[in-house]
Write a protein that binds this ligand. Structure first.
Ligand code: NAD
Length: 287
């Protein structure tokens, strides 16, 4: 077991991580195992979930790998039942899956929207509601981490459906935090910036065949990056991005930032909002 002393209290607790076969989910699962947590690694790609679980087992913690499609209610319910049976509940739920689909607003099809919102929004909601009973049955520290995106602070062109989905789960997680306060279950929203992961590749693989291939136009990524300096200049590994996450979850911090580069855009938005209040107050004074 490694890490700061306060994290030792997490040893023996049960973590469930979705999207644990790759990138951010795998990095969070690894952090959990490093402090002695039992880890259930869930992913639509079973062999990758298994690879993560096998790696973590070498750290000497109990693990399980499960194939789960968060876009499918039955699949998520089954996984929750299996985790409950195998580990007797869940203390930390990391609802981390999110898929990506480039396209300008007038090019995204209804099927694109339905898939993206079905996985990113409804998938997050059903992950939480499916595992909540197993969390409520446990006592002591329990926490839910939801992966949003820096896109909530710095929206980009060609990512309309994705950004909409991340705004939606931010609203969901904010409400969840309020509603679970009496249960003693904390909620943290993670806002990752650019990371060098398999996100585009794994999203294309997870896309149902019936929708046809995901089409990224030659200039989509260039257009997105040209309007988003933070995303273009500040790309890190998933491991770097989530350094210190467990300490923040343990401290019940509501938000976790991975990169400093989108702070100025966030502050610019706050300033725009403050000016809208100023104008409203000025209208009220003049009335
Ligand atoms: N990579 C970035 O730059 C970036 C930036 C901001 C936010 N994010 C968010 O971080 C989270 C993790 O992404 P990542 O960058 O680690 O990507 P990744 O591709 O490395 O990992 C995502 C994992 O989710 C799995 N997955 C996809 N669809 C699934 C489904 N329906 N059910 C279960 N598992 C499924 C994939 O198989 C993959 O293993 C996502 O929510 C993503 O939106 C990523």
């Amino acid at each position: 077991m490694s890490g700061p002393t306060e994290l030792r209290e997490l040893a023996g607790r049960v973590a469930v991580v979705t999207g644990a076969g790759s990138g951010l989910g795998a990095a969070i699962a690894r952090q959990c195992a490093e402090v002695g947590m039992t880890v259930a690694a869930l992913d639509i790609d079973e062999s990758r979930a298994q690879a993560t679980a096998s790696e973590l087992e070498r750290l000497g913690v109990p693990t399980a790998a499960m194939r789960v499609d968060v876009g499918d209610a039955v699949s998520v319910h089954d996984a929750a039942a299996r985790v409950d049976e195998q580990f007797g509940g869940c203390d930390l739920l990391v609802a981390n899956v999110g898929v990506q689909q480039f396209g300008s607003i007038d090019r995204l099809t209804e099927d694109d929207w339905a898939w993206l919102l079905g996985v990113n929004v409804l998938g997050t909601v059903r992950t939480v509601t499916s595992f909540l009973p197993a969390m409520r049955r446990r006592t002591g520290w329990r926490h839910i981490s939801v992966t949003a995106s820096s896109g909530v602070f710095v929206p980009s062109v060609r990512l309309g459906a994705y950004t909409t989905s991340k705004f939606a789960i931010t609203g969901f997680a904010e409400t969840l935090r309020l509603e679970l306060a009496d249960d003693g279950i904390g909620v943290t929203i993670v806002f990752p910036g650019g990371m060098s992961t398999r996100h585009l590749e794994s999203s294309a693989l997870a896309r149902p065949e019936t929708l046809g291939a995901s089409v990224t136009m030659p200039d989509d990524i260039e257009a997105m990056l040209s309007g988003n300096a933070a995303m273009a200049s500040d790309v890190m590994s998933a491991e770097e991005a989530v350094q210190g996450l467990l300490a923040d979850l343990l401290a019940d911090e509501p938000y976790f930032m991975t990169h400093g580069s989108y702070r100025s855009e966030y502050e610019a938005r706050l300033a725009d909002l403050a000016r809208a209040f100023d104008r409203m107050e000025s209208r009220a004074r003049d009335a």
